[in-house]
Design a protein around this ligand. Structure first.
Ligand SMILES: C[S@@+](CC[C@H](N)C(=O)[O-])C[C@H]1O[C@@H](n2cnc3c(N)ncnc32)[C@H](O)[C@@H]1O
Length: 352
């Protein structure tokens, strides 16, 4: 029998304590990011807690607890006199420049997301989507309806794309297709990079709320927005035609199997007979596979976040995705791994 003694400082006990208080770290880093503490330190250099409290209109003594904790987990560096200096990690969390990990962090930890975790026991018992139980609407609609949430969500997705796109384009040749369409492509970072690297034509498909800022973002990446046709609509109604290949990055994983099959049927209808559908996705590892990817992402943990927030989806294993696509009339051609957590799963049409 395993001893449950409270005495020894075993690795198991340390892990249990860390799990218990990980939410405190999340909240500290969230509030500091949201207050712009990391922006201030990046812009002005090291600051006293008094100066940071004044600049963020917060209570000095309460803020000190949070900043000291962030120094203990090496997000900040604390110096004598309650002075805080930026670190490599805090620099990644700056949100007043390009899309950053700070935007992803704020999107994942914003109060509406947190509310979903609070109702998790009830949602589990009822078998419903926690985010929808807590907020009375889906996560996408919630973001479209709230300006700050929408802006943060769009930047979070753009950050993820920016951090993974080079690794993908190095190993997957999109030059073989005359026209590529990104379904659920957000602001267009992925399709802009495909067009830029491979010279093919691009189509971006997303809802109007998100696609409205795409031309500006695509221009900021040094790509002529005219090289990319922007189409808006609802993927459950139809998918535009005109592309030889459809890419879907971290898109189908938001939906239940039933919804995903409807989306895949619409993609199939939009593709020519020799068309390809390329799923760009991180996969939950099988039992015998490593649990952490090269970029530090643990897909099994992310899968829970997606499952709590989105309408019935979740990151899946390679086998589960393959079965889902095969049940929708696609045939797996190959899987191409990148140097980060993203893989490309290439499918052709098995039948009409
Ligand atoms: C998780 S994000 C992924 C964005 C992008 N593919 C990426 O990897 O950065 C899902 C995207 O799907 C879009 N979307 C959600 N529901 C949609 C629908 N019914 N029709 C078209 N696009 C939709 C969202 O607006 C969002 O941009």
């Amino acid at each position: 029998m395993v001893s449950t003694s409270t005495n020894p400082n075993t690795e198991a006990k340390k892990r249990a304590f860390d799990l218990m208080l990980t939410f405190v770290k999340s909240q500290c880093v969230y509030v500091a990011t949201r207050l712009g503490i990391f922006d201030l330190l990046n812009d002005r250099g090291e600051q006293t807690v008094e100066s940071l409290a004044q600049a963020t209109n917060t209570d000095t003594e309460r803020l000190y607890f949070i900043l000291r904790a962030l120094a203990h987990v090496e997000v900040l560096a604390e110096k004598p006199g309650r002075v805080f200096a930026p670190t490599e990690t805090s620099t990644l969390l700056v949100t007043n420049q390009e899309p950053s990990v700070g935007h992803l962090l704020m999107h994942l930890i914003e109060p509406a997301q947190w509310d979903a975790w609070k109702v998790l026991p009830e949602a589990l018992a009822k078998g419903v989507v926690p985010f929808e139980l807590a907020n009375n609407k889906g996560v996408y609609q919630y973001c479209y309806d709230n300006e700050w949430s929408k802006d943060t969500f769009i930047k979070a997705m753009s950050f993820l794309t920016n951090s993974q796109v080079d690794g993908l384009l190095d190993v997957y040749d999109f030059g073989q297709y005359e026209t590529v369409m990104d379904v659920g492509g957000g602001q267009g970072g992925l399709i802009a990079n495909i067009v830029k690297r491979y010279g093919c034509k691009g189509i971006l498909f997303d809802v109007p709320d998100v696609a409205e800022t795409a031309p500006e973002y695509i221009s900021s990446l040094g790509v002529n927005p005219k090289a990319i046709e922007i189409k808006t609509g609802n993927v459950f109604e139809s998918v535009p035609t005109g592309a030889k290949a459809i890419v879907m990055k971290h898109f189908i994983s938001a939906w239940s199997d039933e919804d995903a099959m409807q989306i895949l049927a619409n993609c199939k209808a939009a593709l020519p007979d020799d068309g390809k559908l390329i799923l760009l996705q991180s996969f939950v590892p099988d039992l015998d596979e490593p649990k952490t990817e090269a970029d530090g992402i643990m897909p099994g943990i992310f899968a829970v976040q997606i499952n709590v927030a989105t309408p019935g989806g979740g990151w899946r294993t390679k086998k589960q995705f393959q079965e889902l696509f095969e049940a929708s009339g696609f045939k797996l051609e190959r899987i191409v791994k990148t140097d980060n957590s993203l893989s490309a799963m290439e499918f052709s049409l098995a039948s009409r």
